[in-house]
Design a protein. Structure first.
Length: 192
């Protein structure tokens, strides 16, 4: 979810570098950036009937990206005062993020050590605007995953999963606008 060549700042000039997992480790991640005046609540219902498990998540978080004291201060007489005032207003703007998820899993086998399942997850809200990226409406990220797996022992698991994720309603100059990825993952876990 990154550009092929990324503009980087060097001491003497601008340079282009390829995207890499160590430099863009949070690629595709949406950060609500709610650091101040934060109010959040979560509901997590869970129901189990024989091998069928249903788990839900409904979460709402509301806040600002900065407090009144830590928001960018406008320097009187500065040629950047207008930009600074707008940036300060954006940092103090109260925004709301909502996340909803539903997991359905069916466990089977003599000891319920096999399973098939699916998950739907969506998050929506408006990121804090910056001089380079202005958000005028909420954005949405949706993920669907389908998996099957086997607990070989209590601490060894193997899983095959298909996942699809889409990004909607982002500004057209954002690389994530209309972004999508999907694929299959084979995973083995040893836990203690």
């Amino acid at each position: 979810m990154e550009a092929e060549n990324i503009l980087t700042q060097t001491p003497n000039a601008n340079a282009y570098a390829s995207a890499s997992s160590d430099k863009q480790f949070s690629s595709g991640r949406i950060n609500p950036n709610l650091d101040s005046k934060l109010t959040a609540w979560v509901i997590n219902p869970f129901v189990k009937f024989h091998g069928l498990e249903i788990f839900g998540n409904y979460e709402v978080a509301k806040g600002t990206s900065k407090s009144e004291e830590s928001a960018q201060v406008v320097t009187p007489g500065s040629n950047t005062a207008v930009r600074d005032a707008l940036s300060r207003a954006r940092q103090l703007e109260e925004r709301t993020w909502t996340q909803m998820a539903a997991d359905v899993i069916y466990r089977f086998g003599d000891t319920e050590n096999f399973w098939v399942g699916g998950r739907y997850n969506t998050v929506s809200g408006r990121p804090v605007s910056t001089p380079k990226m202005v958000y005028t409406k909420d954005i949405t990220v949706d993920r669907i995953a389908v998996s099957g797996g086997w607990f070989m022992t209590k601490s060894i698991m193997a899983k095959l999963e298909y996942v699809q994720q889409t990004y909607s309603d982002l500004p057209t100059n954002n690389i994530l606008d209309g972004g999508e990825f999907s694929g299959i993952m084979l995973e083995a876990v040893v836990g203690f």
